[in-house]
Design a protein around this ligand. Sequence first.
Ligand code: NAD
Length: 226
Amino acid sequence: MQMKKAIVTGGVSGIGEASAARLRADGVEVITVDISSSADYPLNVSDSGAVDSAVAAIGHIDILINCAGVLGPIKPLVELTNDEFQKTFDVNINGIFYFCRATIPSMVDHGWGRVINIASLSGKNGTPNLAAYSASKAAVSALTKSLGKEIATTGVLVNAIAPGFISTPMNADTSDDVIDDLTSEVPMKRSGRVEEVAALVSWLASDECSFSTGAVYDISGGTATY
Ligand code: NAD
């Protein structure tokens, strides 16, 4: 069988890095895309022209993992500038739109594809002082539901994952007090590990995932029950 090919955005750190490693272990050829120069394709996912050029150069892919994201400013909504609000959306949702638009036609032509978008528990519950992040992640879930239904009969499945608190470089600056507070509210009383999210990515990217599309999968230690 021919080796499947995947793009993992945000693929050099945290959940994206672990997902890239897991897919490689599964026998998938992985191309990382990230704003970091250490990626296979360094680019800003919010630059639609750069996304189109990269996808044209890479050619057909079978699997798209949209993991690049930013937390954006942590502050009350009334203190957010237009630019801060917009930039969070540019990366967290526009980037996913650009990558889906560029890669899905070829997946549909091949009759097989898997798209996994990394949303967030914040997009379900709303996290105080993270209005832009929470709203952009709710948009990721909604885009996934819409697109999943839109192309449900094509063989291309589109699903999202909504992680709770996962220990990664994104929250490396969070103080121990805040982490203790956050994990005390998790029924499992701990943060998640990137490998746990990568295991779900691996299944969603596989043939074994065959009757799910437009779904948002919880991975939050029991915090979200819907
Ligand atoms: P991370 O900071 O370790 O990884 C994010 C990656 O995205 C980095 O490699 C970064 O360089 C890249 N990136 C940021 N902006 C980019 C841009 N404009 N263009 C290209 N690449 C860009 O963080 P993480 O915790 O692994 O986060 C991965 C995803 O998981 C994000 O979408 C995040 O919102 C989501 N998430 C994380 C948590 C958590 O608790 N860590 C919880 C829920 C959702």
